[in-house]
Design a protein around this ligand. Structure first.
Ligand code: SF4
Length: 207
């Protein structure tokens, strides 16, 4: 596992993001598409209302037929760095910052791989996903599926890859930190290339 600190500007203030990245073999990933389909259907407002989410997302094995590993990246932020009083808004802003940074990185990494990256959470490229009004996706080349939608157990994934636990917003209590993850399925052939590119990209944004 590689890890370090990125410093980015947010509204004129320097913010530190902890980054972690590593690989995991296909056989070690816990996938249960049916389970997440049911959880999303019962508990999530995005079910059937966003093309990156269930039931639209494919199986991971169909999404990337030849993959043997997942390259996984996690960005984590201490929320005390964000000056917003409302707990929920602070969490939302923190997650948006992390998402923007991690997606920028993953889009650059895709250039040395056949598969597109997988995000966490629903696609937010449009203010309202066109799935809601039954129209085709506006940016099919740019949208990315979420890992959960493909059935990946993300809590298990970060435990296994980074030995970290997910921290949740529960009963109005804000966790100290929040994280986002993203991953790219790849085959053995691309391992060296992907790894070198990730090192170079992270170095270029880590200050
Ligand atoms: S690009 Fe727009 S229409 Fe397509 S999945 Fe994302 S939000 Fe929905």
């Amino acid at each position: 596992m590689k890890k370090g600190i990125l410093k980015i500007d947010h509204n004129g203030k320097k913010i530190e993001i902890n980054y972690f990245y590593s690989f995991i073999s296909k056989s070690e990933i816990t996938i249960d598409r049916e389970k997440y389909l049911n959880i999303c259907q019962k508990n999530c407002n995005y079910y059937g209302k966003n093309y990156s989410c269930p039931p639209y997302a494919p199986k991971l094995s169909d999404y990337s037929k030849e993959y043997t590993k997942l390259f996984v990246v996690m960005f984590r932020i201490k929320m005390s760095q964000i000056d917003i009083e409302d707990n929920f808004e602070r969490l939302k802003t923190s997650n948006n910052i992390l998402r923007q940074e991690i997606e920028g990185l993953m889009r650059k990494l895709e250039s040395c791989n056949k598969s597109k990256f997988l995000s966490s959470g629903p696609c937010k490229l449009c203010s309202r996903c066109l799935a809601v009004i039954d129209k085709p996706c506006r940016y099919p080349e740019k949208m990315r599926y979420s890992l959960e939608a493909l059935g990946v157990d993300c809590a298990h994934l970060i435990q296994k890859v980074f030995n970290k636990k997910m921290e949740w917003f529960e009963n109005g209590v804000l966790p100290k930190r929040t994280s986002v993850i993203a991953a790219i399925p790849f085959d053995e052939v691309n391992l060296k290339k992907l790894s070198k590119r990730a090192d170079a990209l992270i170095k270029s944004i880590a200050k």
